[in-house]
Design a protein around this ligand. Structure first.
Ligand SMILES: NC(=O)c1ccc[n+]([C@@H]2O[C@H](COP(=O)([O-])OP(=O)(O)OC[C@H]3O[C@@H](n4cnc5c(N)ncnc54)[C@H](OP(=O)(O)O)[C@@H]3O)[C@@H](O)[C@H]2O)c1
Length: 336
């Protein structure tokens, strides 16, 4: 499978490292031999239709801050659109930053890729949060696959679990913790102020420098939208959700909850007509009441009752591993 990789930050570079390290294992176990033929970052691109040398691209990125300095086989500056349509590739991986205002640049990249008849695997939640029904329709119309396992739970397969392990079960609703950054902050607020807990999360790499989308609940809301569209077949966008973040929670409230055997958690919830993201008081013995930067999602099913999956929800390597899972799936289905 030949692949164009758009975005070469934490996730893109982790993916390159895994592809180098696991090359033989992927061939042996899945007959899967991906070749990255083009990589794009915010300052330029590199391309080799015979397959880029990923070790070399990583070194170039580290030294110059852009992949543009890789000795390219195609001269001159090329637009992303040109690369998508002209590079030798069956698939495009989209890993640019999640933008919840207009979805760009990911939204255009995904549309262009599907229209150019490339399968798309994305870790970028922005385009899905804003336009998932339209993107799924475009994928269906062009008969291409649009995969997004990495957008919810990163390496923890919440979406795959629901679609592959629970078919035949009616999922009535879901609720849980879908953002590790806010969960870490809320856990640490039993001892620290909000600002200190946030600073500690940033120091440990659990929160980005700009953690507004996490703290204000937008990241969780985007994941709820993806689950609603994909698992519950409910067409919706992020603008239809009631969202309250954790910015205004006082430490006293956290302590009071802790003393009474509960915890304050940022909970995403989908039930009959309800779709919310807000801080809720959760019993300490509830399976979704997980500490630190963990994620936990409970599926309420008609016959089995609640089924809960717990795992790490972010991290470059975890997210890259979900992308590989999607690629292997596409390869298996399409014999690429
Ligand atoms: N990191 C995680 O744990 C995680 C987990 C789940 C999902 N995600 C999602 O995965 C995506 C990537 O995350 P990340 O942590 O890898 O982000 P990141 O480190 O900020 O990397 C983003 C990459 O996109 C490139 N980029 C930005 N604007 C661009 C543009 N206009 N055209 C082309 N490339 C552009 C950046 O270029 P430069 O290198 O030149 O800056 C960078 O290479 C995001 O949508 C994020 O929400 C991340």
């Amino acid at each position: 499978m030949r692949i164009v990789l758009i975005g070469f930050g934490t996730v893109g570079q982790s993916l390159a490292r895994i592809l180098i390290k696991d090359r033989d294992w992927l061939v042996k176990n899945h007959g899967f031999e991906p070749q990255i033929t083009a990589i794009v970052d915010s300052r330029g691109s590199c391309r080799d239709d015979n397959g880029l040398n990923l070790d070399r691209v990583l070194k170039v990125k580290e030294k110059y801050g852009t992949v543009q300095k890789y000795p390219a086989t195609v001269e001159g500056k090329t637009s992303i659109q040109q690369i998508i349509s002209s590079a030798e590739a069956e698939a495009v991986i989209e890993t640019t930053p999640s933008n919840f205002e207009n979805g760009e640049p990911g939204l255009t990249n995904i549309k262009n890729s599907l229209s150019a008849r490339r399968h798309v695997v994305t870790s970028n939640k922005g385009p899905l949060a804003l336009a998932m029904p339209a993107l799924l329709e475009l994928a269906s119309h062009t008969r291409m696959q649009l995969r997004f396992s990495a957008t919810v739970g990163a390496g923890t397969p919440f979406l795959t679990f629901a679609s592959k392990c629970l078919p035949g079960e009616k999922i009535l609703g879901i609720h849980g913790i879908l953002n590790g950054t806010t969960n870490y902050i809320l856990t640490r607020m039993e001892e620290l102020s909000f600002q200190k807990a946030l600073a500690e999360a940033q120091e440990k790499g659990y929160a980005e420098e700009n953690a507004e989308n996490d703290i204000d609940g937008l990241d969780t809301a985007a994941k709820i939208v993806i689950i609603a569209n994909w698992i519950l077949k409910r067409r919706m966008s992020i603008n239809q959700l009631k969202v309250t973040g954790i910015r205004d929670i006082l430490p006293e409230k956290i302590l009071r909850a802790s003393k009474s055997g509960t915890r304050i958690k940022l909970i995403g919830r989908l039930a009959d007509s309800e779709a919310t993201v807000r801080p809720e008081e959760v019993r300490a013995d509830d399976p979704v009441c997980v500490p630190g930067n963990l994620n936990a999602l409970s599926f309420s099913t008609e016959h089995t009752g609640d089924v809960t999956l717990i795992g790490r929800g972010a991290g470059g390597e975890e997210t890259a591993s979900a992308i590989i899972r999607d690629l292997v799936d596409i390869r298996t289905e399409y014999s690429i």
